[in-house]
Design a protein around this ligand. Structure first.
Ligand code: LRH
Ligand code: MN
Length: 381
């Protein structure tokens, strides 16, 4: 039963994880990095080929802008993957210095809204059903702008995007505590995102980026709450030691990822309604193996969560058996699920060890040779 559930797992990788990325201090170029969205999708298809559970790739506009989006979707299909969430970008244009959809100037707000609506057009052309909205909007100093008025402007833009969504389409609103703004952020926490989505309707849900909380925040509580409200649309999985570090999911805190996964399973969120997306930057490590490792980390956390003896846990909880209940969860967490996942891969015709299989495949050497010239893709920041 658990194998069936794991066989159907769907983890979406982000196109931007295959390009160069870094911090304000340095973006380290790496050999073999894609030069365009077609090559990013080719690399994402390798991750799916070796893991079997990464059938979609998220795009970021304009980083993945092309003249022929149906052609890009066809290219993806030829390689065995599909286009996933379309990510808007209203955080890199000079006009957005004081905000995008919350900017004091209506002309700038119209421009930002125009981009969001363009992203829905990209959804139509690529067959994507999900728009992911993250706003870097905020202020750096008290008094810089009116907090209430900015919420009015945000609500107006979200309403317009909501009305543009077609049949079967939805948007996921992403919150983030801070950065690049350092005083207020207009969508800083789950409560703000939830309130805006609740006001709009069923097509508006919240995405939980695991790197977007203050230190010490209990993310699995947020997950349990949003699931109960039917407002958990998905995750941007990554991990962090300090802030929005965008490290590999499960690398910094595998126990937290397990606790989150348990609430997903317990809350009925393990299924197509809740998007499992990775949102990471491999600043110093090789990117394709970094994605394969991250997909495996999410698989392992999911397998452990599915292994929790729910009946024993419920019985201990009802009995007020604190240590007993905790032990049930820890037993699952301390279970080595790697043999189970290796077996599952073999049963589905995959190599039990995706990392070793990728290293043996020669794909890295091939792309290093093929992509020796030309400009490497990145954030263009
Ligand atoms: C913002 C964010 C958002 C993406 C960007 C790449 O920090 O998490 O999801 O648009 O990273
Ligand atoms: Mn994110």
């Amino acid at each position: 039963m658990i194998k069936d559930l794991l066989r159907g797992q769907h983890i979406e990788t982000p196109s931007w994880a295959y390009g160069n990325s870094g911090t304000r201090f340095k973006v380290f170029a790496q050999p073999g990095v894609p030069r365009d969205p077609y090559e990013k999708i080719a690399d994402a298809a390798r991750v799916h080929a070796f893991t079997g559970v990464a059938p979609t790739v998220a795009l970021h506009i304009p980083w993945d802008r092309v003249d022929d989006y149906p052609g890009l979707a066809a290219h993806a299909a030829e390689l065995g993957v599909r286009i996933g969430a379309i990510n808007s970008n209203v955080f890199q244009d000079d006009d957005y210095r004081l905000g995008s959809v919350t900017h004091p100037d209506p002309a700038v707000r119209r421009k930002a809204l125009g981009h969001l609506l363009d992203c829905v057009d990209v959804m139509d052309q690529t067959g994507s059903d999900t728009l992911k909205l993250w706003f870097s909007d905020g202020t750096n100093y008290p008094g810089q702008d009116d907090i209430r008025a900015r919420q009015d402007r945000l609500a107006e833009a979200l309403q317009a995007v909501y009305e543009r969504l077609g049949e079967g389409q939805r948007f996921l609103l992403e919150y983030k505590l801070f950065e690049p703004a350092f005083y207020t952020t207009d969508v800083p926490d789950w409560g703000t995102a939830y309130a805006h989505c609740l006001r709009l309707g069923d097509k508006a849900q919240v995405v939980v980026d695991t790197g977007h909380h203050a230190p010490g925040v209990n993310i699995e509580f947020i997950v349990a709450f949003l699931l109960r409200e039917g407002k958990l649309g998905g995750f941007d999985f990554n991990s962090r030691f300090y802030a929005d570090d965008d490290l590999m999911a499960g690398a910094a805190d595998p126990f937290q990822l397990f606790r989150i996964m348990y609430e997903v399973v317990r809350g009925g969120g393990y299924g197509p309604g809740v998007a499992f997306m990775l949102d990471q930057c491999h600043n110093i490590e090789p990117k394709i193996p970094g994605q394969i490792r991250s997909v495996m980390n999410v698989q392992e956390a999911t397998a452990k969560a599915l292994l929790v003896d729910r009946d024993a846990l419920a019985a201990a909880q009802r009995a007020g058996d604190v240590l007993g209940a905790n032990a049930v969860l820890m037993d699952a967490y301390n279970t080595d699920v790697r043999p189970l996942l290796a077996e599952l891969r073999e049963e589905t015709g995959l190599d039990p060890d995706p990392m070793a299989a990728y290293a043996r495949s020669g794909y890295f050497e091939k792309i290093c040779a093929e992509r020796a010239d030309g400009a490497q893709a990145g954030w263009g920041a």
